[in-house]
Design a protein around this ligand. Sequence first.
Ligand code: AFP
Length: 336
Amino acid sequence: MPLKQFMTLPRHILEGEKLHPEATGELSAILLQLGLAAKVISLEVNKAGLVEILGFTGKTNVHGEDVKKLDLFAHEMLIRAMDHGGHFCVMASEEDENIIHLPPHHKIGKYVLLFDPLDGSSNIEANVSIGTIFSIYRRISKGNGPGTIEDCLQPGYKQVAAGYIVYGPSTIFVYSAGHGVYGFTLDPAFGEFLLSHDNIKIPDRGRIYSINEGNYNSWSRGLKKYIKHLQVNKFEGKPYQLRYVGSMVADIHRTLLYGGTFMYPGDKRNPKGKLRLVYECNPVSFIIEAAGGVAIDGEKRILELTPSSLHERTPIFAGSKDDIELLKKFLDEEKE
Ligand code: AFP
């Protein structure tokens, strides 16, 4: 195996640290720990069909959704993997209504971790790709005590690192610490993430659009016109293609590699759409932008939005810059 392909995630993280002479190694330690948690969750996801981990816990979460056993496993696994390293002052998860404080006997650190432990979990039984999404900030609250909600409600451009793990045909760990986007595939033979996607750049245009067309009737006129435009026009002589998994991480990962657009708009029923700003849209927008793409809420850059609550939703249109620019023209036209 050529040496380049033997670039493991830990080695890549440590080499990345050299780009930051002021680095203390803490961010590296966090990313390494996330890699470990990803391996454990991947193992559980891969054998989900075999062990009693499918189905529900009988609990409902802050969104009124039934909590699946695997959601809770991933949620608890991430907290246990990340709470004792002394790196965080506070955490927050899609599965918890409130911010998560560190156990009193653990050292408090300067970082903030926000995560969606298992995105797309309604697809688990159907063995469709699901994922974990993470977002890392520096604390802004004063002092060295426990962090606060304000630490968790920072605009996305302040992220120091973000990424996701796709548990699909293979498990891929994708992250950016501000210098490019890198993808690592888990080699089950020796349980290590190996660099498989080096310095990912999203194409400026793509042939694929991804949206739940089932909501078509409640979309804005501008968005309907844009989708119609794609349906009657061609890209490089070929028709545009609709691809929608219904697992944001899977749809975003495909968009990152092939180009095109991923959209979860607001509509008449849900003006703010469905997806969460803090631990879904901000981290994936950080990745899309670091790869040369664009992510907006229909008007503004997602990363410039200031969250006002932990679980707030936002419309999202993310992907290739030329495609999002064209989409924006259709949305703006409607306002004229
Ligand atoms: P679940 O976690 O409930 O499966 O929801 C998945 C998700 O949050 C995101 O991954 C998808 O992009 C989106 O919801 C799918 O929503 P629709 O089913 O409304 O299209």
